[in-house]
Write a protein that binds this ligand. Structure first.
Ligand SMILES: [Zn+2]
Ligand SMILES: [Zn+2]
Length: 264
């Protein structure tokens, strides 16, 4: 995947791949027409067909791949904590994957940023019993009509149950299932709502859409993203991770500081 030469593929085709989690998807013939049929509906259709893959990482933390952005899951006696909620169309398969991990109920959800491929499932995860924590701009974007020019799509306000109820500005700490979790705002990067989520003991960090493993990221200029912000975020990611850190990208396979897949 890292060897794919993307230099002569148009930016719009990168955008068309947003949410599929695989650079090879860029070249799948039926996806080359994603922009004609609408990027957001295409992402949702893709999620509706996708299998949910579960990969154990370290300690009691796993990743679910296949529905929008990568979903991290912390299990334990206090209930499951999720990072991001994927697309609603994947609800049955995500719920089944969560049940396979453990019988603990879902009690907490953290959003890495406001985009639909990371928050569409918020409402059902909340109805299942989870409180939602995010950066204050995630709440702001989900609470109102928001257009993403890069996707030619205008999102209506999210339902009340999908809106984060705990928000923060720069930094927030959570202690859950004997695990310390540090949430830190990037400043404007991929959007103006991006945070990193670090599981301290396990040394696993979810960097949201500030990193797409194996292919060029989408930058959402409509809601505060910029190339300079993405470079700053990447610089911070490289500073805070070590060679041992497991790095969860927003899209693409689980990786590490070298930018390769984990385990390598
Ligand atoms: Zn995403
Ligand atoms: Zn995003």
């Amino acid at each position: 995947m890292n060897n794919v030469n993307l230099s002569n593929v148009s930016r719009r085709r990168f955008i068309a791949a947003a949410g599929f989690g695989a650079a090879t998807a860029v070249f799948a013939p039926h996806l080359l027409f994603a922009q004609e049929s609408g990027i957001v509906p295409t992402m949702i259709n893709e999620a509706a067909r996708a299998k949910i893959e579960v990969h154990p990482l370290r300690r009691n933390i796993s990743v679910l791949e296949g529905s929008g952005g990568n979903i991290a899951v912390l299990t334990g006696k206090s209930g499951k904590l999720l990072i991001d909620s994927g697309f609603t169309v994947s609800r049955a398969r995500i719920a089944a994957a969560l049940d396979d991990l453990s019988s603990d109920p879902v009690v907490r959800l953290i959003n890495t940023h406001w985009h639909i491929d990371h928050t569409d499932g918020n409402a059902w995860v909340h109805s299942a019993g989870a409180t939602i924590t995010a950066h204050e701009n995630t709440k702001k974007r989900l609470s109102t009509t928001t257009r993403v020019e890069g996707w030619s799509y205008t999102f209506p306000p999210a339902p009340a149950g999908a809106i984060p109820t705990t928000v923060f500005d720069e930094e927030h700490h959570v202690h859950h299932n004997d695990t310390r979790i540090a949430l830190r705002y990037y400043g404007p990067a991929h959007t103006d709502s991006d945070i990193s989520v670090l599981f301290e003991e396990a040394d696993i960090i979810h960097v949201g859409d500030t990193w797409w493993n194996g292919f060029y990221p989408f930058i959402d200029y409509s809601t505060g993203g910029s190339i300079d912000g993405m470079i700053r975020a990447t610089g911070r990611n490289l500073t805070v991770v070590t060679d041992k850190t497991i790095v969860l990208p927003g899209h693409g396979p689980v990786g590490n500081k070298a930018g390769t897949t984990w385990p390598s």
